[in-house]
Design a protein around this ligand. Structure first.
Ligand code: SF4
Length: 281
């Protein structure tokens, strides 16, 4: 699938110029200008002995792609691969796309798969995958002070540590994938994780290992029911264990910062270190 902000057009450039500069043809722009008229003969780059033609023989035209969401128009010839992310589902993780197309950053895409310790997996038909953590986790944390990636490349269970309220939370996705890269922007700006956990806060990108990467994950209605159960379980945990006497209601966003250290470690182990779908196992 191609990004809706990716457009195609034609651009021209001068073959004789020392630096190739692409100029987009478009409405209101005379295609080729002086270079496409007999006036090209006045150009200093044209050799005097060049045979007289209607347009400059150095004028070239190519098909290009460009991003209409970016403030600076960068033209890329079709033969180059720099815009390959724009022509696959990876565009959903592009900052320019997210800025314009996803006003509701907290709503998860419907086709995500979930692990019992609150990682999500976005697996495309091509095999390309993205992994992040879900809104349940970011609601509990409220804000994240640091992200340290433990696995950066190669075939591993993606692993990292989140620093929340002075405590490091080591976490790992339960299944392996071939990790291609990590989201280094989350490392320098951890607020991306809590502001947009399903988009700008993605954590790992890589390739699915058939029969392994998706193993045991849930999706759709099953995932929605589990998420609702987790919210109920969190409320029970907070009220019964961590805040006895409190008369109910859903925990506030960032509840982790209100708990004493030992309670927070316990909460983390109960919800984000899990390997099974049932709380008791
Ligand atoms: S740079 Fe981003 S917004 Fe622009 S076309 Fe590519 S994926 Fe879309």
């Amino acid at each position: 699938m191609t990004c809706p902000f990716l457009k195609e057009g034609r651009a021209r450039y001068c073959h004789a110029a020392p630096v190739r500069k692409l100029i987009l043809n478009g409405p209101g722009v005379a295609d080729g200008g002086r270079c496409a008229s007999p006036e090209y003969r006045q150009c200093g780059l044209v050799a005097k002995h060049t045979a007289q033609q209607e347009r400059c023989p150095h004028l070239e035209e190519v098909r290009v792609q460009y991003c209409t969401a970016s403030p600076v128009t960068k033209l890329v010839p079709f033969s180059d691969s720099q815009l390959s992310n724009c022509t696959s589902n990876s565009y959903r993780y592009c900052d320019s796309y997210l800025l314009l197309a996803r006003p509701h950053a907290m709503t998860p895409p419907a086709d995500l798969l979930y692990a019992p310790n609150h990682f999500w997996l976005d697996a495309e038909e091509s095999g390309l995958c993205h992994i992040g953590v879900d809104r349940f986790l970011t609601d509990v944390a409220g804000s994240v002070d640091g992200v340290t990636f433990a696995t950066m490349q190669g075939t591993h269970r993606p692993a990292l540590a989140l620093t929340v309220h002075g405590i490091e939370w080591p976490m790992s996705f339960p299944n392996p994938m071939m990790i291609q890269k990590v989201n280094s922007r989350v490392r320098s700006d951890p607020a991306r994780l809590t502001a947009d956990p399903y988009g700008a806060g993605w954590l790992f990108e890589g390739w699915e290992l058939p029969g392994r990467t998706r193993s045991g994950l849930v999706a759709g209605l099953q995932a929605a029911a589990w998420q609702a159960e987790e919210r109920e379980r969190l409320a029970r945990e907070i009220h019964e264990t961590h805040a006895p006497g409190c008369d109910g209601g859903q925990p506030v966003r960032g509840v982790a910062r209100l708990l004493p250290r030992q309670h927070l470690v316990c909460l983390f182990q109960q919800f984000f270190s899990r390997r099974s779908w049932t709380a008791e196992e």
